[in-house]
Design a protein around this ligand. Structure first.
Ligand code: TYD
Length: 216
């Protein structure tokens, strides 16, 4: 099974990805976690350029290709082999982030993103794509607390408001593809909401024992 988390910066994806991974492992599943862009040696190099190449000129379309290239490598090196080995793959971001950041907020036409995305990931579509939704004001507080601003985070308020709207818009257009979960409540509540979705959709009960929860 292939599960993805997407959402605005600061929505808590990484935390929920790890928690969900632990829950699956506690039920005996083999789990592979990955992070888009990154997770491969090449992907990490590209990620560094995208997030920390402050001195570089990176055209919008070039930015799209770089994210796509990192993702292609991650699909071929990590996701596809893991799914073939019947593991559960949980990715922190995937193609939807490209559609929203570079498309909806960045101005690249959707048709272009769909065409390039098809080449980049081929048939690799998530079984479950979760969008963690958070208002801009709360996201900015959380990011501010992290005290580090990368190239994408520096794109400004308007851009990031568009990002949030973009995620919600996609979820409205394709309600069967994306599940939106309110990411404002405390992490335990968000986790429960995610586990409930998995139970409803796949009949998998992911209640973790108190011991495992304590070890997180
Ligand atoms: P990262 O530090 O990995 O943060 P996060 O935990 O929020 O994913 O930064 C990745 C940044 O790149 C983030 O601002 C979202 C952005 N991004 C895109 O613009 N397009 C993409 O296709 C992807 C995957 C990420």
């Amino acid at each position: 099974m292939f599960i993805t988390f997407d959402g605005s910066d600061g929505c808590g994806k990484s935390t929920q990805q790890k928690r969900l991974g632990h829950c699956f492992q506690a039920q005996g599943y083999e789990v592979v976690l990955c992070h888009d862009p990154g997770s491969t040696a090449l992907g990490n190099e590209i990620r560094h350029i995208l997030l920390h190449g402050h001195e570089l000129r990176i055209d919008n379309k070039t930015e799209m290709f770089l994210f796509m290239a990192a993702r292609t490598q991650m699909v071929e090196e990590i996701i596809r082999p893991a799914l073939q080995a019947k593991k559960i793959v949980i990715s922190d971001r995937f193609l939807l982030s490209n559609f929203v950041y570079q498309g909806y907020a960045g101005g690249i036409p959707l048709k272009t993103l769909e065409t390039v995305g098809q080449i980049a990931v081929e048939e690799m579509t998530p079984d479950l794509a979760i969008i963690l939704d958070i208002p801009y004001e709360i996201a900015i507080q959380r990011i501010g607390n992290r005290n580090a601003s990368d190239r994408m985070e520096q794109k400004g308020e308007n851009y990031h408001r568009q990002v949030r709207n973009g995620f919600l818009k996609y979820a409205t257009i394709y309600p069967d593809r994306y599940v939106v979960i309110d990411a404002v409540p405390p992490p335990n509540e968000v986790e429960t909401a995610i586990r409930n979705v998995i139970h409803e959709r796949y009949g998998i009960d992911l209640s973790c024992s108190p011991n495992e929860i304590g070890n997180r």
